[in-house]
Design a binder for this molecule. Structure first.
Ligand SMILES: Nc1ncnc2c1ncn2[C@@H]1O[C@H](COP(=O)(O)OP(=O)(O)OP(=O)(O)O)[C@@H](O)[C@H]1O
Ligand SMILES: [Mg+2]
Length: 152
């Protein structure tokens, strides 16, 4: 079941991410898609907040991968925007790195071929100056997870 939500502000998007964090457990993979400035990093910031992480999440564009360990579950944030090739992404060994963490991948479409089948895809679409359509699309075992809680 795809969950379709509307966000009217940066803080709305963070609140959706924060709410999603309640469903997340170690080993989960969340893939974020959406154009430049859609709010992918803001969404990850909400997840981090919900996981009890006290650091501010910024785009790891220059380091590609950043791990936050101050919360209940470690969060591994990867931004593949600047990753040149699938091989370069695979060399990061993100899955190895994140077996006991929640892994979030920004611009996941670029590396779709090496993502695990079990993942939650988040599509953020710009629909107005501060309006966003946020779709949660379950893949693999995510189809059995209680995503409907997100629209209550
Ligand atoms: N509804 C909204 N949700 C999220 N961000 C919003 C919203 N409305 C306005 N914004 C603004 O849009 C920007 C989103 O930036 P953010 O870095 O989260 O996007 P991004 O998708 O990660 O971009 P990039 O492609 O550069 O990684 C912020 O400046 C934020 O304040
Ligand atoms: Mg970003």
């Amino acid at each position: 079941m795809t969950v379709d939500l509307n966000s009217g502000s940066d803080s709305d998007t963070r609140a959706i991410g924060r709410r999603l964090s309640g469903l997340l457990r170690a080993g989960d993979v969340v893939v974020l898609c959406g154009t430049l400035g859609a709010g992918k990093t803001a969404f990850v910031g909400g997840i981090a907040d919900g996981l009890g992480i006290d650091e501010y999440v910024t785009s790891p564009s220059f380091v590609l991968m950043k791990k936050y360990t101050s919360g209940f579950i470690p969060l591994v944030h990867v931004d593949v925007y600047r990753v040149g090739s699938l091989g370069e992404f695979e060399d990061l060994d993100v899955y190895e790195e994140s077996l006991s963490s929640v892994l979030v991948v920004e611009w996941g479409d670029a590396v779709a071929a090496s993502l695990p089948g079990d993942h939650l895809k988040i599509l953020i679409e710009i629909t107005g100056e501060t309006d966003r359509r946020v779709q949660l699309v379950p893949n693999g075992n995510w189809t059995k997870r209680p995503l409907e809680e997100m629209s209550e």
